[in-house]
Design a protein. Sequence first.
Length: 302
Amino acid sequence: MTDNTAPAAPASPTPVTLLGTGAMGTALARAWLAAGHPLTVWNRTPARTAPLAAEGAAVAAGAGDAVAASRLVVVCLLDDASVGEALDGADLSGRDLVNLTTGTPGQGRARAAWATSRGARYLDGGILAVPPMIGDAESGAHVLYSGSRAVFEEHRATLAVPAGTRYVGEDPGFAALHDVALLSAMYGMFAGVAHAFALIRREDVAPKDFAPLLVSWLSAMSPTVHETAERLESGDYTEGVVSHLAMQVAGTTTLLRTAEEQGVSAKLLTPYLDLMARRVADGHGDEDGAGLIDLLVRAARA
């Protein structure tokens, strides 16, 4: 991986073409305009480019015209199909195409092959931010990039204007893979948070009082991420285990009974609890939770 370590600014701001001026595209555009980059924009609904035109962006009549305006072409559209439709017929030869449209690893790889066959160099990206975070150096916004390392290194300073950058590999599907993996972990956390608040919802417990306890507990548990990574790389799921699966599974009845008493559905918990029970039934009760990952992978391949 390559971190964003304050790349040196180019002698003069690089011209940028941006296809797509929805909420995220507009935030990206404003960041580049504020940094002095000549910017050409296009959107399927032309009226959405008007605010950016008023701020100094050039508006292209068509996507092909926009592509022709700059060597660096950034795409931020609804989905992969929209990218194909917008660029159909555009001359991509000699262009550096940076695709920030949300997609899957497979779509990233296919789009890279598609772009390369049309004479472009390709970089795929996954945005780890919401629009208000873009352009704010203190927000923690990041974009994950994969594909052509040469494109990333050449345009790194320009790409770092809206958000921090992290290069995750030559495989053009890796940006989307990392993006979705991180988002999946986020939603898993959201599910646990939702269940926790549901348990106290009907009691005389103020959510604002409970929230600091919840944040503190989740923060205390976060180092287990590193422990899991080490176990996956070593292949040893039992050494130094403090709370093994058999012990945890024995305690799940309390979780489920409490949910029932509180009138709360346990459907956000039961898929994970069921995996734990299955792993124990398979003879791995002395492990921690790392083995559940292998169980998930095998289930997906079955």
